[in-house]
Design a protein around this ligand. Structure first.
Ligand code: SF4
Ligand code: SF4
Length: 181
């Protein structure tokens, strides 16, 4: 059977490591944008973009939260760029068990960059807007991709709870909660 193709708008944030100064304005803006109510609090631990900083080596790497994964990788590359050595983890946005990054501090649920989806839409994602040195820049383009079934935020959250506690415990907890409600 022939693959079904669809046009997809691709949103991309380009990162220029040479320009990033590690000011963390992107973390602050992202966490405020995703606070409930919006802009009511600032907590970088809730940001979907985090800085990996190694001041001694003058390394500043912003990474955005991507997909949740229940397994960590079993080997890591080291990249040498302009004489500086970077761990592969410095460029990886996976929400994985190897580090305490992109996990909602209260619930432990995975966080994922949503490109600041909003109504009305922002002209650019907020982290890009606040990055005054243009280490982050935004672009959009269209490409043809295969149709795929995507998991929503709730399914990803439920999947992570099932992985952590087991399906039966989750079912029992939901049943208990619904009896109380
Ligand atoms: S706002 Fe820009 S310069 Fe500041 S930490 Fe984020 S990416 Fe780096
Ligand atoms: S695009 Fe929006 S959600 Fe994604 S990291 Fe930037 S501010 Fe956060």
């Amino acid at each position: 059977m022939k693959d079904q193709l669809e046009k997809k708008k691709v949103k991309r944030i380009k990162i220029n490591l040479d320009k990033c100064v590690g000011c963390r304005a992107c973390e602050i803006a992202c966490s405020a944008f995703h606070a409930t109510p919006k802009y009511s609090s600032i907590n970088p631990a809730r940001s979907r973009i985090r800085m990996v900083i190694d001041e001694l080596n003058d390394e500043y790497v912003p990474i955005r939260a991507r997909d949740y994964t229940k397994a960590e990788c079993d080997g890591r590359h080291v990249y040498t760029i302009n004489e500086k050595e970077y761990s592969e983890c410095s460029f990886c946005g996976a929400v994985c068990p190897a580090r305490n990054l992109f996990k909602e501090p209260d619930s432990g649920l995975p966080l994922k960059c949503d490109m600041c989806v909003d109504d009305p839409p922002l002209k650019e994602p907020l982290c890009v807007q606040v990055c005054k040195v243009e280490a982050l820049t935004y672009e959009e383009y269209e490409e043809e991709v295969k149709e795929e079934v995507k998991l929503g935020e709730m399914e990803i959250g439920l999947q992570s709870l099932v992985d952590k506690h087991g399906l039966q415990k989750l079912v029992d907890t939901v049943a208990r909660m619904s009896q109380k409600g």
